[in-house]
Structure formats: structure tokens, C-alpha cells
Design a protein around this ligand. Sequence first.
Ligand SMILES: Nc1ncnc2c1ncn2[C@@H]1O[C@H](COP(=O)(O)OP(=O)(O)OP(=O)(O)O)[C@@H](O)[C@H]1O
Ligand SMILES: [Mg+2]
Length: 247
Amino acid sequence: MAATDLPSPQPRDALTTADAAVHVRGVTKEFGTGGSLTRALRGVDLDVPYGELLILAGPSGCGKTTLVSIVAGTLEPSAGEVMVLGKDLVAMSNGRKVKFRRENVGFVFQSYNLLPSLTAAENAAVPLLIAGWHRSRAVEAASEVLDKLGLGDRLANLPSVLSGGQQQRVAIARAIVHEPRLLVCDEPTSALDAENGRITMELISKIAVQPDRAVIVVTHDSRVYSFADRIANMEDGRIESVQAGPN
Ligand SMILES: Nc1ncnc2c1ncn2[C@@H]1O[C@H](COP(=O)(O)OP(=O)(O)OP(=O)(O)O)[C@@H](O)[C@H]1O
Ligand SMILES: [Mg+2]
């Protein structure tokens, strides 16, 4: 065999796109133009390997939501490379991206984004309904997740009668009900007390330990740090440092 036929050795810490669930290089995002231009991301490089729970921390306005929205495929970057689960999101058509996102990504929005006319169980079942599940099976599966999150007695309630923390848990149930390969949570425990925060993070971190999955959690909540494999610190549109978490 010629030397050129041999596979080149891969250093363990040099992740290739095949190794990483998320591979981001040189990503920038600008909002507005001229005098109202905001440079929300100023060149972000980030890898999240499979099996990892990464925490994204940093002060308000530093670009955390912007970055995770780009990674989740709900926002276009101004420039840069975004590979998610081995797929190039920048090159993907909008139609394919919607399908890819529905099948592979769970996203807990900072603002919950629940549908006001659907019950808690129906809201949590939305990804399964979109995937073509029969309504009763989808609602049953969603109800099981809500029950684990302590909302078993709220299944038939509309979002308008739920507290902020209850709405937040419905949004979390909706993001994990279809067992996505990439789960992105923007401040998932901001409205939760200590006990519900712990239950929620335990459920979320179960997804990350699976070898074909990964989780990114944006948080200011230091109680959540104990679940992290790594913590990335953002500042002013850049990732300033990444450190090992206690997990
Ligand atoms: N749609 C938008 N149009 C204009 N500017 C925006 C838009 N979204 C975000 N920005 C700006 O981009 C910057 C980063 O915002 P982003 O929401 O990503 O911050 P964040 O780190 O998530 O903050 P927080 O911790 O308060 O949620 C901010 O200066 C914000 O004002
Ligand atoms: Mg934010």
C-alpha cells in the first residue's frame, strides 16, 4: 500500500466536521445598517462534540441567543461556516432547513413561543404532530414528558392560565419530545425554582449523554453549571474562553 493510501492520524482534540455535532467557524451576524448597525457576532468559532452538554454563558447582549439561533437554523449568519450534524446549514435551501430542523433539532426559546390556542399537552406534542404521528399517540407521549417535568395535572390547560415556570416547562417538553439529536435551550431554567430547575436539567442532560446527540444550554444560572461538560464564555460577539465543566 502506498503511503498516501494510509489514513492520516487524527489528533484527539482536532475535531473534524464528522466528529462534531456542531462545527462553527468565523461566524458573524450584523443587524441593521449604517448608524443602526449592530455587530452581534464578530467571528465565532465553536465545536460541540457528540455526547456533550455545552453551556454558553456571558453578559446580556453579548450574542448568545443570536449564536444559538444560527446553530438551530432559525437565523442566517452574515458570514461564516455552520455545520450541524454533518450538514452545511449555510448551503441548505430554506425548505430543506425547515425539514432538517423539524427532524433533528429541539429549540427552547427564551420567550417560550407557545401556541395560545393549544393546551399544554398539545403544545408539547407539536413536533410529533408535524412528524405525522396520530394525534392521540402524540398527545400521550407529550403528556408523559410533561408528567416527568411535574406538569401531569396541567395537561389540559391553555398557556394563558399557566405560570411562567409552567409555560417554560411546556416549552422544554416540546423541545425534547421527539428526542432531537441537537437540543438547544436558551435560558431553560430562568423561571424555575431550585427543585424544578434540577429536574429539568436532569432530563435535558440525559439527552446529551447519548453518543449521537449534543446539547447547548444558554444560561446565567450557576446552578446549571454542574451539568456541563464544558462552559463557553461569550463576550461582545465572541467566544473568549472555553473551560471544562464539573460534569
Ligand atoms: N433582530 C434584531 N435586530 C437588531 N438587533 C438585534 C436583533 N437581535 C439581537 N440584536 C442585538 O444583537 C446583540 C446580541 O443580542 P442577543 O439577543 O444575541 O444577546 P444575548 O446574549 O442573548 O442577551 P440576553 O442574555 O439578554 O438574552 C444585542 O446588541 C441585540 O440588541
Ligand atoms: Mg438571549
